[in-house]
Design a protein around this ligand. Structure first.
Ligand code: NAD
Ligand code: TYD
Length: 351
């Protein structure tokens, strides 16, 4: 299909930048509009390589402002939305939930309202990008499926669950053509060093303590960000309207095993003695309400559309570390200024 005007919100963030790049290259006949407020997590450096592409447009857009959202829909005759803009870090949501309510819930409803107002004829898709954290926390057994009841437990996951409910409600009430994807934890290049993997890479490089919350036995299911972008492309293109699809790669790790693995990988890449980086591991006060385990069953997406992750965790992590080693300028830029204050506030009194 040609000449769509696809608004990608949050396109300057970690996952959004990978999705924008993919769509700009894969769909040269469509216009890709990146609407992003450029919060601390948004960075146009993430997209420098596609800056001059003829089908790429950037708009500084705060989705909490309903009128600003309407202006973008009108200006670009937006035909489709891939919605990634959100406050995304659980620890920040514990410190201040209201920004999460505003961007994740109110912002989503503003976008839904604009789509409802402007999409009166023709074919459209509103793809809402969400998280597996809406399902709550698993015990030792089982996986989240699309049938798992919602049971969000952090302010972040509560805000994402709420946004998912609004998206579904607009399908049932107004017939808005929606799709939802719920993905597990992502890792890869351009990841802001507040989340586990990029924070640990940054600290290992700088010989700083590696703060493990609690006993380090919480489990996350990790997916390479490019594989999430390919899943979004697949669902956006081929997924059924009104449906939700889980996205994940059956790749569970306890935090401590993951960090040990990363330490060994980086010892090798940095020419350090085996075991040197592991000495930096420091157990710190646990996260409040820390979810024990996430694990995703993505068989609906795999069976219906043939999607599969393209690389192993070992390959993806190695590529990711190489990217951080090769892009110290990017890292220096995002860790200057307010990052230092954030780090002090979050980790200063934690031990
Ligand atoms: P991120 O924090 O790296 O980026 C979020 C982007 O949204 C930033 O560019 C930021 O500037 C923008 N943004 C925030 N508030 C905004 C607002 N009010 N108006 C416009 N733009 C705003 O997040 P991410 O990790 O790339 O996550 C993107 C999406 O994917 C989120 O919706 C998140 O819930 C979801 N998700 C993330 C993961 C993960 O592991 N990171 C996993 C599953 C789902
Ligand atoms: P995070 O990357 O914040 O993702 P999420 O909480 O959304 O899953 O955290 C991943 C896991 O790593 C989670 O169990 C919390 C843990 N963690 C640490 O042990 N230390 C840290 O400094 C961070 C940021 C996370």
């Amino acid at each position: 299909m040609n000449n769509r005007n696809i608004l990608i919100t949050g396109g300057a963030g970690f996952i959004g930048s990978h999705v924008v790049r993919r769509f700009v290259y894969n769909y040269p006949n469509d216009n890709i509009i990146n609407g992003d407020a450029l919060t601390y997590a948004g960075n146009l450096e993430n997209l420098r390589d596609i800056d001059g592409a003829p089908n790429y447009f950037f708009e500084r857009l705060d989705i909490t402002n309903s009128e600003a959202v309407r202006v973008i829909f009108k200006k670009y005759k937006v035909s489709d939305v891939i919605h990634l803009a959100a406050e995304s870090h659980v620890d920040r949501s514990i410190e201040g939930p209201m920004e999460f309510v505003m961007s994740n819930v109110v912002g989503t409803v503003n976008l839904l309202n604009a789509a409802k107002e402007f999409w009166t004829a023709g074919e459209h898709v509103f793809h809402h990008v969400s998280t597996d954290e809406v399902y709550g926390s698993l015990g030792d057994e089982g996986l989240f499926t699309e049938q798992t009841s919602y049971d969000p437990r952090s302010p972040y996951s509560a805000s994402k669950a709420s946004s998912d409910h609004f998206v579904r409600a607009y399908f049932h009430t107004y017939g808005l053509p929606i799709k939802i994807s719920n993905c597990s934890n992502n890792y890869g290049s351009h990841h802001f060093p507040e989340k586990l993997i990029p924070l640990m890479i940054h600290n290992i490089l700088n010989n700083k303590p590696l703060p493990i919350y609690g006993k380090g036995d919480n489990i996350r299911d990790w997916l390479w960000v490019e594989d999430h972008a390919s899943a979004i492309d697949t669902i956006f293109t081929k997924g059924r309207l009104g449906e939700a699809y889980n996205v994940g790669g059956l790749n569970e790790w306890t935090n401590i095993e993951l960090v040990r693995f990363l330490c060994r990988l980086m010892d090798e890449k940095l020419g350090r003695q085996v075991g040197e980086s592991e000495k930096l591991i420091t157990y710190v006060k646990d996260r409040a309400g820390h979810d024990k385990r996430y694990a995703i069953d993505a068989s609906k997406l795999e069976n219906e559309m043939g999607w599969k992750p393209s690389i192993t965790f070992e390959e993806g992590l190695s590529k990711t570390v190489d990217w951080y080693l090769d892009n110290s300028e990017w890292v220096n830029q995002v860790t200057s200024g307010s990052y230092k204050e954030y780090y002090k506030k979050m980790y200063g009194n934690r031990t």
